[in-house]
Design a protein around this ligand. Structure first.
Ligand code: C2E
Ligand code: CA
Ligand code: CA
Length: 765
């Protein structure tokens, strides 16, 4: 500020420049005062002062002024290179020269005048000093250089002893002018350094903002307190495809709503934006669709409210960016997440969405929309025996066939595993679903060629129709699922439509399952024994163990009802094992050529610890293995499960007998008989009943089975013989053993024991 020290920072330079510019601005005042002073001096002193002195002094004043002007001009010309403290010192030199000339005037010229001239001179000098002080106020160094010689001059001017008070007054006058200059200069410098800082800051900010707008995909936006766009940046306008002037003052929400403004359809994001603006809350990363020249883009906006220093709300300021590309790739990912990667079919959640939508559209219509669930029959066996790779290939082929069967209006997908589904958004009449179901069953049941394997699977279909089978998608799916369950229960390969009683049945089943879980521990199970008799002599050869369940509230529940529930709920393992142990214990008390037959479910056989359990039951009871007979049905061969065959071989190796139960009711493939060495084939009661009524088919089947069994070294048991006539008939047909009410109902163990009047065997019938 004084020009005495080096200033290097931008703010200091700026102050220096402002000081000099301010001094330059008022220099003319001083030059004018110099000329006026010169003329005034000639006027007052020309008659009393030696002309030579006056002329010499005048020349000095003109010279000093010229030098000062010259220095200033030189500096201004070199101004481009920037100012420095040396410029301030040169400026002070000009001031010093002029101050010296005026100081010399007070010391030399004043002596030649009287009191009258002296008063005039003082008046002039005080004007000159004020003028100098004003013109050098911003540059205190120059002001000092100017005023100090003047003060010195005043000392000489008032050098009389009697003029001492005047000298003191004049000096303090000059000093206070100087002090005034310093005070002003300090304020001036402060003001300029602050404004320089501010200017620099705003320059930096605008530079950054410019860079932000030009470089990135983002832009700045701003509104006033009335939510109108203002201070529109060119990028913001460009992004909207409008001129900045068009946007200025327009409502932000209206601009973003596009055509939606007219029809009143606002996107959720826009609602949220309007809400934030109204509540004057800041928000960030708000994503909303924006219509630009008929094209929809996705924008992400963030902003905060602006307030002035008094806390008055001014509007919002924020940033925005176009996130259409990111959004689209996110949509693509979501899309991928909606399809099953293996088959390319829509997955469960996608199906659910389509169903929800279809039900919404069909609301109020009857029939509304249909939902079909498809489950492959015997798929698990293929997957287990041939491996997942083959299973996967098979599923892909299934998906392809399903897609071919369904037409454009029907939406098919994969629920998971070997379950598929079809949504029928519009069911025109009651025939549509059965027709499609049978087309699906037909298409999916045709043989598949997968690698070198020729595979056969079937399909079961369950269907439900809105609104009667479910008003909500969840209920409709559950109904279709129950119908599918029923279709599977009926042996598969069929279509079942939902019926209300299925729901009741499912509920009953659920209740039964809950009760069954406790049946074992609560001792509600017991075993009855039904005699198996030799057809010719009527000798008891053994007994079949048949489980019974008596529930305290529900009463006696048939195994026909609860065994399938136990199989499904994975309860058959412990129940079956309990029956096996109980029966073996009981049979151990019988004569040692009487056998005990125990029923075994396919689920039990599949359990890895089954053989161990059998061995343990025999060991615990002390029963010989040859006296135990295990009855399995054809279902254990379902899906050509090699595991079951292996277990049967292990059991045979232990010396246990095997019989094939309910022959002819299941899958009826005589192929199994050659694979496992069954000891006995049990002919189902339905054939016995049929044969006794002389049904040709039943007679033929019994004859064929007996012939086959004989040739394979097996025996046959006719089940459910109730009358003498039936007994005669099965005897004629060649069955070796019979079982049925005619010889005895399933009985309590003590009743069974009474049939052996120890020590010899009983003969009945
Ligand atoms: P199943 O193995 O075919 O058993 C023969 C069924 O026929 C028994 O029914 C028996 O009471 C019945 N029956 C016997 N003689 C006659 C007759 O002259 N006329 C008629 N109408 N029926 C007769 P139950 O005891 O109700 O058993 C039904 C099914 O439950 C059994 O059929 C068997 O598959 C299953 N089951 C029974 N106990 C067990 C068991 O401990 N474990 C397993 N896994 N299943 C069992
Ligand atoms: Ca049986
Ligand atoms: Ca049977």
């Amino acid at each position: 500020m004084m020009g005495l020290s080096w200033v290097t920072d931008a703010a200091g330079m700026h102050v220096l420049e402002a000081q000099l510019r301010s001094a330059d601005g008022v220099a003319i005042l001083r030059h004018g005062m110099n000329i006026c002073g010169l003329l005034f001096l000639w006027q007052v002193f020309s008659h009393c002062c030696p002309p030579l002195l006056l002329a010499g002094w005048s020349a000095a004043l003109i010279g000093a002024t010229a030098i000062a002007i010259g220095l200033d001009r030189h500096r201004r010309r070199a101004n481009n290179a920037g100012v420095g403290p040396s410029d301030l010192r040169r400026h002070a030199l000009g001031a010093l020269l002029q101050g010296l000339v005026w100081g010399a005037c007070m010391g030399l010229i004043a002596r030649s005048g009287q009191t009258e001239q002296l008063v005039a001179l003082w008046t002039l000098v005080s004007c000159i000093m004020v003028c100098g002080a004003i013109s050098y106020a911003a540059t205190p160094f120059s002001a000092t250089a100017y005023l100090l010689p003047c003060i010195l001059g005043l000392f000489f001017m008032f050098d009389d002893g009697g003029q001492l008070p005047l000298r003191a007054l004049a000096t303090s006058y000059a000093l206070s002018l100087l002090a005034g200059c310093f005070i002003y200069a300090r304020t001036f410098a402060r003001q300029h350094s602050t404004s320089a800082q501010l200017a620099e800051k705003s320059e930096v900010v605008s530079l950054l903002l410019r860079e932000y707008e030009v470089g990135g995909s983002d832009w700045l936006w701003q509104t006033d307190a009335l939510r109108r766009i203002n201070g529109v940046s060119s990028r913001f306008a460009e992004t909207l495809g409008m001129a900045p002037a068009e946007l200025e003052g327009a409502s932000l929400v209206q601009i973003l709503a596009g055509s939606g403004w007219d029809n009143g359809r606002f996107a959720a994001g826009l609602h949220s934006l309007a809400d934030h603006l109204k509540r004057r809350e800041s928000f960030s990363n708000l994503v909303l669709p924006v219509e630009i020249k008929g094209q929809w883009r996705w924008w992400e906006l963030s902003a905060s409210p602006r307030h002035d220093e008094n806390g008055i709300f001014l509007g919002f300021r924020g940033v925005g960016s176009d996130v259409t590309a990111q959004r689209e790739s996110a949509d693509k990912i979501a899309q991928l997440a909606r399809f099953d990667p293996l088959t390319g079919l829509p997955n469960r959640s996608h199906l659910r969405e389509v169903l929800d939508q279809a039900m919404e559209t069909a609301r109020g219509r009857s029939p509304g929309c249909g939902f079909m669930m498809i489950d492959l029959d015997r798929f698990k066996a293929i997957n287990d025996t041939l491996g997942h790779q083959i299973g996967d290939k098979l599923l892909s082929q299934v998906a392809r066939r399903l897609r071919q069967v369904c037409d454009a209006g029907e939406f098919c997908g994969r629920i998971g595993g070997d379950e598929f589904a079809v949504v029928l958004p519009h069911v025109a009449d009651g025939a549509v679903i059965p027709r499609l179901a049978s087309a699906i069953i037909g298409a999916l049941s045709a043989p598949y060629q997968v690698d070198q394997h020729m595979l056969h699977v079937g399909a079961s279909v369950g269907s439900a129709l809105s609104p009667m089978d479910g008003r909500e998608s969840e209920a409709l799916i559950r109904s279709a699922d129950l119908a599918l369950y029923r279709a599977k229960d009926d042996g598969g390969g069929v279509h079942c439509a939902y019926e209300p009683q299925l729901h009741a049945q499912a509920e009953e089943r659920r209740q039964l399952e809950l009760a069954l879980r406790e049946a074992l521990e609560k001792d509600q199970l017991h075993v009855l024994y039904q005699p198996v008799v030799d057809t010719d002599q009527g000798v008891v050869l053994g007994f079949e163990a048949l489980v019974r369940w008596t529930h305290p509230q529900l009463g006696a529940i048939s195994p026909v009802k609860f065994v399938p529930v136990a199989e499904e709920a994975r309860l058959i393992g412990p129940i079956g094992e309990w029956v096996l142990r109980t029966a073996c214990m009981e049979a151990a008390n019988w004569p040692d050529d009487v056998r005990i037959a125990v029923n075994v479910s396919a689920e039990q056989l599949a359990h890895p610890s089954f053989v161990t359990a059998v061995v343990s039951a025999l060991a615990q009871s002390g029963l010989e293995a040859r006296r135990l007979e295990l009855e399995v049905t054809e279902s254990v061969f379902m899906g050509e499960d090699m595991g079951a065959l292996k277990v049967l071989d292990q059991l045979l190796a232990l010396g246990i007998q095997l019989s094939l139960d309910d022959f002819g009711t299941g899958y009826s493939s005589l192929g199994y008989l050659s694979r496992t060495r069954f000891n006995t084939i049990k002919i189902d009661r339905s054939f016995v009943v049929g044969a006794s009524k002389n049904t040709a088919e039943s007679l033929a089947i019994i004859r064929a089975v007996v012939t086959l069994a004989d040739s394979l070294g097996m025996t046959t048991t006719a089940e459910g013989v109730e009358t003498e006539a039936e007994l005669q008939m099965v005897r004629r047909l060649g069955c070796k053993k019979v079982q049925g009410y005619y010889f005895g109902r399933p009985m309590l163990p003590e009743d069974a024991a009474r049939l052996f009047p120890a020590p010899q065997r009983a003969a009945i019938g």
